[in-house]
Design a protein around this ligand. Structure first.
Ligand SMILES: [Zn+2]
Length: 134
């Protein structure tokens, strides 16, 4: 599945799923964790531990809110009026296959929505569950 990519050292250590946006190689989440992967290329996207909420709605149905993601690139932020008010959001895409996955909340203008700032939405239609799910 991963032929040709042997350089996985120094990428996946404990708690390293941080927000370094540009990576040449795919990042790997710890294998024992339940993870969500890109349904198109199987790149890891997020750990289940980083899941905040399942009750979001994307353009193609249900979407999940994550605290942090990996292998995800970010487009330019723009202001959009969402169901919950005005936000500055940026489209996010899979770094490996460039598929648009969802969006990132850069800024929330409503104080009740501030908790979403810096968080990521990935639509369920673009994710597959891997590792240890019952
Ligand atoms: Zn992908």
């Amino acid at each position: 599945m991963r032929e040709g990519v042997t350089n996985r050292g120094g990428v996946a250590g404990e708690g390293s799923a941080t927000r370094t946006p540009v990576k040449t190689f795919q990042a790997y989440l710890p294998p024992a964790h339940r993870t969500y992967s890109c349904i198109h290329c199987r790149a890891h996207l997020a750990s289940h531990d980083e899941l905040i909420s399942k009750s979001f709605q994307g353009s193609q149905g249900r979407a999940y809110l994550f605290n942090s993601v990996v292998n995800v690139g970010c487009g330019p932020a723009e202001e959009r009026v969402l169901l919950t008010g005005l936000h500055a959001v940026a489209d996010i895409y899979c770094e490996c296959c460039k598929t648009m996955l969802g969006w990132k909340y850069e800024y929330a203008f409503e104080s009740s929505q501030k908790y979403k700032e810096g968080k990521f939405i990935i639509e369920l239609a673009h994710m597959v569950k891997e590792n240890g799910w019952d």
